[in-house]
Design a protein around this ligand. Sequence first.
Ligand code: HEC
Ligand code: HEC
Length: 477
Amino acid sequence: MKSAIKQVGLSSVLACLSIGVAVDSHARGSSSFSNFQSSSHFKFPFSHPSRTDRILRKKLYIYDVSPVTPPAPQNPDMVALGQSLFFDKELSGRRNISCATCHHPTLGSADAQSQSRAQGAVGLGSSRRQDGDERFDFLPRNALSLWNRGVPGWDVMFWDGRLSGNAEIGFISPAGDDTPQDFTNALGAFSAFPITPDEEMRGFPGQLDVFGQPNELEDLTDSDFVQIWERITARIVNNDNYDELLDKAYPDVAQEDIDIVDISNAMGAFMTEAFTALNSPFDQYLAGDNSAMSESAKRGALLFYGRANCAACHSGNLQTDFGFHNIAGPQVGTGRGDAAPLDLGRGAVTGNAAEDFQFRTPSLRNIELESPYFHNGAFDKLEDAIRHHLDPEGSIASYNPNQIEFELVTGSFENDPATLERIFSTLAPELRTYGRPLNDSDVDDLMSFMGALTDRSSLNLHDLIPNSVASGLPIPD
Ligand code: HEC
Ligand code: HEC
């Protein structure tokens, strides 16, 4: 699989363009493309550092940005089991939705919707719609991408960090005391959760499965974690077609002893294998190749690690501090929980009003492939997402809610003076620039730097989609 997913070619770039993924023209000029190709084949000798390179390398040193340590190689049998599970609708109560529905290899490992249309809807990506009068709900948030979630140190999950931990310190999750502690890592732990909410994958009471049969998970509630996990595990273990995959992945475990941790860790292994993307021009630059990034991208990096202060939050080699900040993103869409139509983000997890409207700093790896942006998909265009940071008040004043999913638009933009005052009262102090304000050409350079964070092998991940899954259910949505 590795060799297949590393294939790069102009056709993949064109394929990506044709599905409408935002491609940054600045970073993708023909010169930077040929630089990329030559640098990937001939690593040495590195070209002589220019003055810009010398300043930039010093800044990267000061900010402690070094090459990313990749995850350990994954066990191929775990990956094979995880791949089948990830694409298999058998994991959902009604057998109508899989992980891949919302984390699709051809949609930047997400779903191209502002907020995900969950179980009960049909279709993929921006064409996903209600099925007749069948009930579906929007999930309260924008689907996160899966890039590099298996990299050691990625210990904080969800937009609000409500799941965190690692194998050494243990895991904290919405399941509280019921949280199993023997997951491989936070990514493995995460995989046990999308199957629990009724609207996401489990199904509402009375809704039959795709064969017209009752769903044995329908009588549970979202917080019956242990029973949900037992019944989903039973489905997989009792399905004879999974026998071989399970026996190979867990040769020392009797099938009756397989539990949700084993199921989840296998999906974690697959996502790590599939979505680790550490060969961007920026990675090549970090490895020493001065020719890997265009001059514009280098100027953008100088701003990012300098005057524009982006690295105050987007720090480290994955461009995230894994911390939480309020940058006053537009409050549009459904909102979440008791505060709806607002989304209090981290504040709702900790109960601390000072943390209201804070969200986890997103990694910016492969960010070009991740539209729409922010926790609620408020921004369609990457440039608008960046410009919001430079002038949040102005951005809110001119915000056009028509860029979110059409069913979510009406009346959903919370911008009355009292709400805005509340949001801006805890605005992150790091959200500032130094010296003269950024002009259009500075923003162009920042966009070029964003482009240099794209690993080209992520542009065509079609080969990740299996021909079939063990349950025999259809893969397309
Ligand atoms: C209906 C759409 C949907 C389905 C189905 C779905 N997800 Fe997600 N996924 C989301 C959304 C939305 C988020 C962000 C939720 C939040 O932060 O509150 C997310 C977040 C994640 C994250 C967290 C990434 C991070 O950076 O913290 C992982 C990992 C993930 N999903 C994996 C999975 C797996 C594995 C499955 C299948 C078992 C799955 N998802 C099924 C929509 C979906
Ligand atoms: C105060 C901390 C902070 C600073 C400084 C900051 N960001 Fe962000 N950034 C965030 C947070 C938090 C989000 C998510 C906001 C949300 O979801 O509502 C975000 C979102 C983004 C996104 C969208 C990512 C996605 O997956 O949706 C981009 C792109 C981005 N930032 C780039 C930048 C750039 C470029 C700069 C410098 C000009 C910058 N950021 C400065 C914290 C920060």
